[in-house]
Design a protein around this ligand. Structure first.
Ligand code: PHE
Length: 349
């Protein structure tokens, strides 16, 4: 072999070797290309072996060129190996760390607070009986909360130990019940009136299992010609069955509130023992609401003719109804914000 042939061979070997190395698409292909370009049977190795047949004068130059081609090919193999290993690593990392067949993580669904869903159920039951929603302010005057409702001036409910009087101008208080909206509604509307009144109420109570200083009521008021105690009883029984089921037994007994005459209370049979008597209810009944026929004094206070119209009203505590519906033993659980409790009773809207 002469020097020209040797240089030509080396040039070809270099070009072919680099091409094979750089296009190797896997580590196996790269190893094959490496053996072909740098192994004992590679064209460069052949030239190296036949160096002895080259003129002594040309031999050092050809020898240096052999080494340079070897080096270039080795460098190309090393660079390609790094690239292929990085690719393989990235593939392994993806498939190992991420199971792309897993379903996505859903955000936890929101739900209605049990007091919200109970409030809506109570209001909806009266809406389905033909009632409309009426509302009034939480910050009330003494007139609407007490006087217009026929409370005498010395009634103990007015005392600061029962009623919260905020430090604001005017004779304002935080309403202790939703009944003042009876007055506001009768002032604003002509009979026939059939309204359901949801709202927050406030009393100066120390929190315990059945009392909180902030709670919610629903009031109902019906004023029309010829309404009697029988209408009140039928309406409340229909509501109780809609809320608690058709087997719910209801009893109505005399009670006193200054704004009704006669006044009544309504009990439902106990949700736990079914009316036989147990630790929760004692005698089989649970007190649920106050009610009665609208006192004529309220008609006089609002300009409605008591000779022509009569009416009935009722007020109930939403927390009490929710406790009955869900068997919750302590009213405070509704307000502690413990998701482990709330999520058991949450309803989607
Ligand atoms: N407002 C009364 C209370 O809070 C309930 C009630 C409403 C009673 C309507 C009779 C008629 O205790």
């Amino acid at each position: 072999m002469n020097d020209v042939q040797a240089m030509e061979r080396l040039g070809e070997a270099r070009g072919q070797g680099l091409a094979a190395i750089e296009t190797a698409s896997s580590l196996e292909e790269l190893r094959a290309a490496e053996v072909a370009a740098l192994g004992r049977r590679s064209p460069v190795a052949e030239v190296q072996r036949s160096l002895g047949t080259i003129d002594l004068a040309d031999r050092p130059r050809i020898g240096r060129e052999v080494n340079r081609v070897f080096e270039d090919l080795r460098a190309a193999v090393a660079a390609r190996r790094v690239a292929l290993e990085a690719e393989a690593e990235a593939d392994v990392a993806l498939t190992d760390r991420i199971d792309v067949t897993l379903p996505g993580r859903r955000p936890p669904p929101g739900g209605l607070h049990p007091l919200t869903s109970t409030m809506r159920a109570v209001v909806d039951a009266f809406i389905s009986l033909g009632y409309r929603v009426s509302e009034g302010p939480e910050l009330e005057t003494e007139w609407y909360n007490f006087d217009a409702l026929n409370f005498p001036p010395d009634h103990p409910a007015r005392l600061t130990q029962d009623t919260l009087y905020p430090d604001v101008p005017g004779d304002l208080l935080l309403r202790t019940h939703t009944s003042p909206v009876q007055i506001r509604t009768m002032e604003a509307q002509e009979p026939p009136i059939y309204v359901v009144i949801p709202g927050r109420c406030f009393r100066r109570d120390t929190p315990d299992a059945t009392h909180l200083p902030v709670f919610q009521q629903v009031e109902i008021l019906a004023v029309d010609e010829g309404l009697s105690l029988a209408d009140m009883k039928g309406t409340l029984e229909a509501w109780a069955r809609a809320m608690f089921g058709p087997d719910q037994r209801v009893r109505i007994y005399p009670d006193y509130f200054p704004f009704v005459e006669p006044g009544a209370g309504l009990d439902v049979s106990c949700f736990l023992c079914g009316g036989r008597g147990c630790r929760v209810c004692g005698n089989g009944w649970i007190e649920l609401l106050g009610a009665g026929m609208v006192h004529p004094a309220l008609f006089e206070n609002t300009g409605i003719d008591p000779e022509r119209y009569s009416g009935f009203a009722a007020g109930l505590g939403i927390e009490r109804v929710a406790m009955l519906l869900h068997g919750v033993p302590d009213i405070r659980m509704f307000y502690e914000g413990d998701v482990r409790f709330l999520s058991q009773l949450a309803r989607s809207a």
